[in-house]
Design a binder for this molecule. Sequence first.
Ligand code: NGF
Length: 291
Amino acid sequence: MRDLKGLYSALLCSFHEDGTINEKGLRQIIRHNIDHNKMDGLYVGGSTGENFMLSTEEKKRIFEIAKDEAKDDVTLIAQVGSINLKESIELAKFATDLGYDALSAVTPFYYKFSFDEVRHYYESIISDVDNRMIIYFIPFLTGVNISIPQFEKLFANKKIVGVKFTQGDFYLLERMRKAFPDKLIFAGFDEMLLPATVLGIDGAIGSTYNVNAARARQIYELTRANKISEALEVQHITNDLITDILDNGLYGTIKLLLAEQGIEAGCCREPMKPYTPEMRARAKEIYKKYF
Ligand code: NGF
């Protein structure tokens, strides 16, 4: 069984202007992450992949393309979460059959599901598949919070091996690390990689690693080697970059930065807005400033 620790790009998906998947562009993004960025793995079908705006067939196609392109070069995690539980179960089986190393599922969102319902959701997704599950915990987007005692109940299932922790609460992260030394914790906010690494995360999953992988690797390795002031220098530059990216539109700007490197990263899916001339021009400036 493959070790899941390490740095993952949250995989972007390239779309044509009409919103269809640009397979050539998607394959280029995957290769760039493997060959140039030297990522340990890819997190496929997450927020960064604009997954929650896609049909089941499109989600499956992206899982297929990613596996076909990456083969066994890097670790692959398939995000299968959806508030349509039947779809999540179907996607979990599909990704497992394709050979994905692990599954992940966002907490069910929109409705105010009780903890028992959240638990039922995770148990149902993994009950019939021989695979591992990483909980995708992102309360600022889902509104779903999970307490330490509730995580303990979820983690009682041996197939639930970890959490993608996209949360800025370092007290909670420290409590989680102490409470669950044998579970995997992946940091989900790229701008907080250094402090999360100090607290003993097992890896990180992020959107900006598609373009800023070298700096992310430096932050991660320098921090692990206890070279904190050197790591902080790199985190400062990284956070200047992330601030500029966020100001200009997160996923679109990362795609435009990839386009500057000759990658057909395409557009975002509606209802995300199309590129404006100003956004394109600003992305060029950001590219010149940081790369
Ligand atoms: O994009 C978001 C949510 N978060 C990502 C990452 O946690 C998402 C993070 O890298 C992810 O892994 C996924 O695709 O599922 C941020 O984009 C980054 O830290 C900038 O804030 O908004």
